[in-house]
Design a protein around this ligand. Structure first.
Ligand SMILES: C=CC1=C(C)c2cc3[nH]c(cc4nc(cc5[nH]c(cc1n2)c(C)c5CCC(=O)O)C(CCC(=O)O)=C4C)c(C)c3C=C
Ligand SMILES: [Fe+2]
Length: 424
């Protein structure tokens, strides 16, 4: 943040904000109450606090980053960025600058409360005015290419697990939707809030990052008597039935959160994000019989029950046979193959619809598949088990891909990614 930006932030801080300002961590950061604003500062960056009184607000600070096991939202704006900065300290400064901005955005605040002057562009792009925080979460991760950038000198910090995903059979990955040095996953219950968050973070980092690829997504959670049901994907099947529970600390410890000594030290309490942009061929699907559709997944469409069973959460028996002695659940169904490996992942995907594919006029629609796992191997093993055999392959094409190491949560007084720079 430039000196000019700091002055502006200090000036703009309101009385309400002053009450929310925290002190720096016990790590001994020098905290100065400066000027009228009294923005707490540690090592030159501003420390803002979660506004616990804000409407529809998810906490920014915590042991883990938000947007991973926090409640899923109806919208996502996913952005992959490349860095333009040329030194480690500049990269550190970037994350320091982003930290108070991310807190503000997750508080449902804009980067300034009203425009400052007619001769300069407003500090905030403004499209979230009048909207609350909409349960916005902003999750940051770093990709393998960041560690390949010699100017940044982070080679020795690269977790051994963090390598580009291998080419999987049937992959048709377009470089336009692949990789990236940094990812920002903004999830919210309002599409404009999610978009606004990424737009303003990227804008504040002009000259330091550039957008590589982005993707919006949406999902809807039906409710029966106020109880949330499993959302459906664009093939109309319930998607997420068998998924570890984010509410179960034991499941998350086993599947999602890196434990001490399981990866590079700085990744403890972090996780790995895999993103796949998967086109779903809706036209082909819509010409497929219901029986064919159900055999593809191994589940009934309407109930979500395993084929041959009645209810969504009925036990899956891959050996159960019908009256003619054929397995109820085809061995090449998506579910049967995905269950072949013991690895588990936390799936947190969103549907997308991005107009038409120019060459064919087909829908450019599908699944922005996102999974979190403590080791990318978990995803890789499942994807390899699906392999060429998956009946679903006839109806989908993987077009985009990325893997990112998501930092552990941020403590008040610290900043996004601080552990990457300071822990071995
Ligand atoms: C490598 C991981 C997976 C990819 C990629 C993937 C793509 C994909 N999946 C669906 C729809 C469904 N998937 C379902 C189950 C399921 N899928 C995976 C993994 C990947 N899916 C797992 C681990 C599982 C759970 C298997 C189990 O243990 O039972 C289902 C069934 C309902 C459910 O449990 O969620 C559906 C439906 C699509 C459309 C898709 C790509 C576009
Ligand atoms: Fe799946």
């Amino acid at each position: 943040m430039t000196e000019k930006d700091e002055k502006w932030l200090e000036k703009k801080i309101s009385r309400r904000h002053m009450l929310k300002i925290t002190g720096a961590s016990a790590a001994g950061a020098a905290v100065l109450a400066s000027g009228m604003g009294g923005v707490a500062k540690a090592f030159g960056f501003d420390i803002l606090d979660d506004d616990q009184t804000a409407e529809n607000k998810v906490l920014f600070y915590g042991k883990h980053q938000s947007g991973i096991t926090t409640d899923t939202t109806t919208h996502i704006y996913f952005a992959s960025l490349n860095v333009l900065v040329e030194s480690q300290s500049e990269l550190q400064d970037l994350f320091k600058m982003w930290t108070p901005l991310a807190v503000r955005l997750m508080n449902g605040e804009r980067l300034e409360e009203s425009s400052q002057g007619v001769f300069t562009p407003p500090k905030d792009t403004g499209e979230s005015a009048g909207l609350d925080a909409a349960n916005l979460t902003v999750t940051f991760g770093v990709g393998p290419s960041l560690f390949d950038n010699n100017k940044l000198g982070l080679g020795s910090k690269r977790p051994t697990e963090l390598t580009e995903l291998p080419h999987f059979s049937k992959d048709q990955i377009d470089d336009k939707f692949a990789g990236g040095d940094i990812c920002i996953q903004a999830c919210a219950d309002d599409p404009q809030v999610a978009f606004h968050a990424v737009r303003n973070l990227v804008r504040a980092a002009t000259g330091k990052v550039t957008l590589k690829w982005t993707q919006t997504g949406f999902t809807s959670t039906p409710k029966v008597k106020d109880k949330k049901e499993t959302p459906r994907n664009l093939f109309a099947f319930k998607d997420g039935t068998v998924n570890p529970s984010p509410k179960s600390a034991a499941d998350m410890k086993e599947v999602v959160w890196v434990q001490p000594n399981e990866s590079t030290g700085w990744m403890t309490n972090g996780t790995y994000l895999v993103v796949r942009k998967i086109q779903m061929h809706l036209e082909t699907w819509d010409r497929t019989s219901l029986q064919g559709q159900e055999a593809t997944f191994g589940r009934h469409r309407d109930s979500g029950a395993p084929i041959g069973k009645k209810k969504e959460f009925d036990e899956v028996d891959l050996n159960a046979k019908d009256a003619s002695g054929n397995p109820h659940i085809p061995a090449d169904s998506h579910m049967a193959l995905a269950r072949k490996v013991k690895d588990r992942i936390l799936r947190r995907g969103f549907s997308y619809s991005s107009g038409l594919i120019d060459e064919t006029g087909a829908y450019d629609a599908g699944l922005l598949f996102i999974s979190f796992q403590k080791n990318p191997k978990q995803f890789i093993n499942i994807q390899n088990a699906l392999g060429r055999a998956d009946k679903l392959n006839e109806y989908i094409t993987h077009r985009g891909s990325g893997i990112f190491a998501c930092f552990p949560g941020i403590q008040k007084g610290s900043y996004i990614g601080e552990k990457l720079f300071n822990v071995l």
